[in-house]
Design a protein around this ligand. Structure first.
Ligand code: CMC
Length: 462
């Protein structure tokens, strides 16, 4: 991949008002979506860096996998809209599309499904890793550790410069994540691990490994299996989100894919990202009853209170999250199938949704319910404990992570990710030997304010 052919014939002129000097910056053209100003030579040509904490205006790479138009609420994978994929595909169809760029033919699908199914077992020795964790460990903590540990089992065969080995690593990760996720759950509740069943679909297999016990036959409810499949599809990829960017950044140094995906899992865990579906359920429990909603809405609106309504708002979507539309429908199907009509949790969720869609604060800031608002409710109804929600997000997102990792490795323009910074610390200072350092100087941050260590030290003394 190269941006040479994407360069627009117009440029962007930057004027330094201090010197009057002008610089021409190339403009890059994507297939659809906003153009980008190419600032790669900015520092070399002007001596300035671009400053963009949180990357709100910075494209860190070019990618042909996923397109999002946040203003219009559009999400497309390789050109196919998410609602069409959720409606007509299954999760492994979408995995193939993300990894290989095209929807599979019937034969390709058969071979792909076979390959994923045959990689679902984990090395038996991996099972002993779980015993090292406390039973009450968060399953995401186990996921970070165990997925990272896959490097110790498959490192010898993972030459990232070999396209075949890259693809085998991708298949292994997609295949083993549900097995590891289900094992993390089984370990936490003290039940034996359930082996994958090669006759099941990907979603059915995950449900079985999670909920079956060896002493009973397990029947998969097709409505729940289809809902799980949709949840996985809706979480499969979301372009350069925090965890995918983490995977790309880790991979840019040449790290192996298992280690990179472990870093993605760590990033996903945070409540502002994948941890939001768990946070939604905690919030619903905290609110407790419908009559307490106004109190929480007021807190969310109060500029002096950090409180946020979990499951609302999105960095990119400033219109309805298209995944939330599908998820909302699936949520009602699952609740209907399970006969759940009167649930205080659901009542609160529906009332919150209604208020947020009407309240001026939320409307003005375009804070719509996002995918995690509904996925938490569905997963809870299916019987998953809240701490498994982000694990399920991680299982679905693995294909996105490995597709981006693979795309990055195969990109001619790849470079080690190494952002710059605007330094705001002390200027150069003369080194003081220990006996000459005054207490105040050593315990302030240079501006006369107490440093954290100074505060801790002061607190200890008093
Ligand atoms: N509740 C109340 N106010 C909010 C919320 C919220 N959930 N989200 C944003 N705002 C306000 C925020 O206070 C700010 O107000 P003001 O302009 O008066 O200062 C304004 O809306 C813009 O917020 P922002 O922080 O600039 O928005 P962001 O793009 O940096 O943050 C977000 C996006 C998803 C981190 C944020 O909306 C949030 O924390 N939402 C709750 C967590 C959540 O549901 N995350 C899941 C995202 S979807 C899954 C995924 O893709 O990972």
């Amino acid at each position: 991949m190269s941006n040479e052919n994407n360069t627009e014939n117009h440029t962007f002129t930057l004027t330094d008002n201090a010197t009057g000097q002008q610089y021409e910056l190339p403009v890059l053209n994507g297939t659809v979506g906003p153009k980008a100003i190419d600032v790669r030579r900015l520092y070399r040509d002007t001596g300035y860096f671009a400053y963009d904490p949180g990357f709100t205006s910075t494209a860190s790479c070019s990618s042909a996998i996923t397109f999002i138009d946040g203003e219009e609420g559009v999400l497309e994978h390789r050109g196919y809209s998410i609602d069409a994929l959720a409606e007509h595909s299954d999760y492994l169809d979408v995995c193939y599309l993300l990894l290989y760029g095209e929807l599979p033919s019937a034969q390709q699908k058969k071979e792909f499904d076979f390959s994923i199914t045959r990689h679902t077992m984990v090395h038996d020795q991996l099972a002993s890793f779980f015993k090292g964790f406390r039973r009450n460990s968060h399953p995401m903590a186990i996921m970070v550790g165990v997925v990272g540990a896959l490097s110790a089992f498959y490192h010898g065969g993972t030459d990232i410069n070999d396209p075949i080995q890259r693809m085998i690593a991708a298949h292994r990760l997609i295949a083993k994540m549900p097995t590891i996720g289900a094992m993390a759950y089984k370990y936490s509740i003290g039940q034996p691990f359930i082996y994958p069943d090669n006759d099941r679909t990907y979603a059915e297999n995950f449900l079985k490994m999670t909920f079956a016990v060896p002493c009973e036959e397990y029947k998969v409810n097709p409505v729940l299996a289809r809902a799980m499949d949709k949840i996985l599809i809706l979480h499969a990829d979301h372009e350069q989100n925090a965890s995918t960017s983490t995977v790309r950044l880790a991979g840019s140094s040449g790290a192996n894919p298992f280690a990179c995906v472990a870093s993605g899992i760590a990033s996903l865990w945070g409540p502002a990202h994948g941890g939001a579906n768990e946070a939604v359920l905690k919030m619903l429990a905290e609110i407790g009853t419908v009559d307490r909603i106004p109190e929480f809405i007021e807190r969310a609106k109060n500029p002096d209170d950090d409180y946020r309504l979990m499951g609302f708002g999105h960095r990119v979507y400033k219109n309805y999250d298209p995944r939330a539309t599908v998820m909302r429908e699936t949520c009602h199907e699952v609740l209907h199938e399970l006969g759940i009509k009167d649930s205080p949790q659901l009542d609160i969720a529906m009332e919150l949704e209604k208020i947020a869609l009407e309240d001026e604060y939320f409307v003005k800031r375009k804070l719509y319910p996002n995918v995690d608002f509904y996925s938490g409710i569905i997963l809870s109804a299916m019987g998953f404990p809240t701490n498994m929600f982000t694990v399920i997000f991680a299982i679905g997102r693995t294909v996105g992570w490995v597709s981006h990792w693979k795309e990055m490795i195969e990109d001619d323009e790849k470079k080690i990710g190494r952002p710059r910074q605007l330094y705001t610390g002390n200027g150069h200072r003369k080194f003081e030997s220990l006996d000459k350092r005054a207490f105040e100087a050593a315990h302030t941050n240079g501006n006369g304010n107490k440093s954290l260590w100074g505060k801790l030290w002061g607190a200890k003394k008093s």
